[in-house]
Every structure is written in C-alpha cells, then in structure tokens.
Write a protein that binds this ligand. Structure first.
Ligand SMILES: NC(=O)c1ccc[n+]([C@@H]2O[C@H](COP(=O)([O-])OP(=O)(O)OC[C@H]3O[C@@H](n4cnc5c(N)ncnc54)[C@H](OP(=O)(O)O)[C@@H]3O)[C@@H](O)[C@H]2O)c1
Length: 239
C-alpha cells in the first residue's frame, strides 16, 4: 500500500485520482484549501482518505500539512501536484489583469515547487521509490503553441500556458537535481488531456476518469521508469 498526497483534490481530476487510489487500497491525503471542503470531499470516497488543509499559495499551510502527514506516516510514495488555476479572463494578453498572471504563477508554479521542497524528506524515505506528477497541460507545450503550425496557434491562455510551460521547466530542474543526488524519486510533467471538469468544461474530449488514469499511471512508476519527461494520454508529449 502506498501513501499519496494530492493537492486540489476536492473536485475534478484531483478528486478522481483520490477516488481511484483509495479504491485500489492506497492511503490518500486529500488536500484542499479549506479543511471543511477537504472533509466533505473525503466523505464521498471509499477507503483510507485523510483530509488535509493545504493551499499551495500559502506556505504556512504547506508546512502544517507536512507536520500532520509526517505525524501519521513515515513515507510518501506518491505526490500529485494537481492544484491549478486557469483565470477566466485569460485569452487576451492586452487586457488580462497582471494580478491574474501573478496568482496563476503562484498557484501553478511556485505552489508545486514549495510542496515538492517541503515533502522531499517523506518522498526520499519511500521504498522502492516515490513518484511525483506535476499536472501539466498541452497548452504548456512550446511545440504545440509555436508558429508556424502550432496546434494551439490561435488561443493558448496567456497566464495559464505560461505557467504550465514554467511548470515543465521546473520539472526538468527537479529531475536533474534528483539524478545528481542519485535519488530514486521519479518526477514527470503529465498532461491528462482535455477533460470534462469545471476547468475543462463539458465539451472536453476525455472523461475525468480517463484523465485521472493517465495521471495515476505516471504516479506509480517503478524505479526503472522514466523521469524528467513530459507525457500526455498518448505517451511522450512534445515539449
Ligand atoms: N481539465 C482539463 O482539461 C485539464 C487539462 C490539462 C491540465 N489540467 C490540469 O489538471 C489539474 C486539475 O484541473 P481540473 O480540470 O480538475 O480543474 P478544477 O476542476 O478547476 O480543479 C482545480 C482544483 O485546484 C484547486 N486549487 C486551485 N487553487 C488552489 C490553491 N491555491 N491551493 C490548493 N488548491 C487549489 C481547486 O480548489 P478550489 O475548489 O478551492 O478552487 C480545485 O480543487 C490542474 O492543474 C489543471 O491545470 C486540466
């Protein structure tokens, strides 16, 4: 049985990852930015699900969450940096508020970084190895976005795409450090594909169950599994 921490797990892909892991018998720390909301979400799931208050933009809640979790378990096998923000007024770089850019980078980049930094001791103690999934997006892919034939050439989301591109680079930075210190921890950026959640909307092509299954595949890699890569539903994803 693995111990898993999932941020932003009160709804959408995070909640579905928690459901699938708990159903499979793993212990899940279901994190949300309000304890009440985490508790409510946990009651909807089967198995061993422990609600945790963790707002990725409030470092004090991250250290408090670490203290709570470290008092319960000695190892963390799975960290899914799932919490994410897609500001509603993100389409036009001329008009998108600068505050939205700051909040998106705080949530989607600084958040996963601080959570990873804080939880490294528990991840390093996992045997045979721990996996970190940074939940990314095809919108963060330079190859998809860049002219002349970028798949998302007409619309990429100013703050969101920038943040996911930065998250991809953050993933590479962490993977290089972990390799240098010969850590067995695997860390990858993973796009769940376009999924029917509050963020993805009802027209999305994939179900929340499919998106979560993609994320969980890379959250349960063996020690010989890949690290420092970008994956999507079809396998390796272009940077
Ligand atoms: N759906 C898609 O098509 C799609 C595609 C590619 C990537 N993704 C990525 O998948 C991840 C999950 O997205 P989703 O589709 O499930 O979106 P969602 O339904 O909007 O859920 C987002 C989750 O993130 C949480 N969150 C936001 N800010 C937070 C903060 N500061 N601290 C902690 N939690 C925070 C939300 O909590 P509250 O309820 O408190 O707001 C919510 O639980 C995101 O990283 C997203 O970028 C989604």
């Amino acid at each position: 049985m693995s111990n898993a921490l999932i941020t932003g797990a009160n709804r959408g892909l995070g909640l579905e990852c928690a459901r699938q892991l708990a159903t499979a018998g793993h212990r899940v720390f279901l994190a949300a930015r309000s304890l009440d909301i985490a508790q409510q979400a946990a009651t909807t799931l089967p198995g061993d699900v422990i609600p945790v208050l963790l707002d990725v933009t409030r470092p004090g809640t991250i250290t408090d969450a670490f203290a709570q979790i470290a008092a319960t378990v000695d190892t963390l096998e799975i960290l899914i940096n799932n919490a994410g923000l897609y500001p509603s007024a993100d389409s036009n770089p001329v008009t998108v508020p600068s505050a939205d850019m700051v909040q998106t980078l705080l949530t989607n980049v600084a958040g996963p970084h601080t959570v990873t930094q804080t939880f490294i001791p528990l991840l390093a103690a996992a045997r045979p190895n721990a996996c970190i999934v940074n939940v990314s997006s095809g919108l963060g892919s330079f190859e998809y976005a860049a002219p002349p034939a970028g798949e998302f050439a007409s619309y990429i989301g100013t703050c969101y795409a920038t943040s996911k591109a930065a998250l991809n680079m953050l993933t590479l930075g962490w993977s290089k450090h972990l390799a240098l210190v010969r850590s067995p921890i695997r860390i990858n950026a993973v796009s769940p594909g376009w999924c029917r959640t509050d963020m993805g909307g009802p027209s999305a092509t994939r179900s929340v169950e499919q998106g979560a299954a993609t994320l969980l595949h890379y959250a349960q890699l063996p020690p010989t599994g890949p690290t420092g890569l970008f994956f999507g539903p079809e396998g390796p994803h272009p940077w």
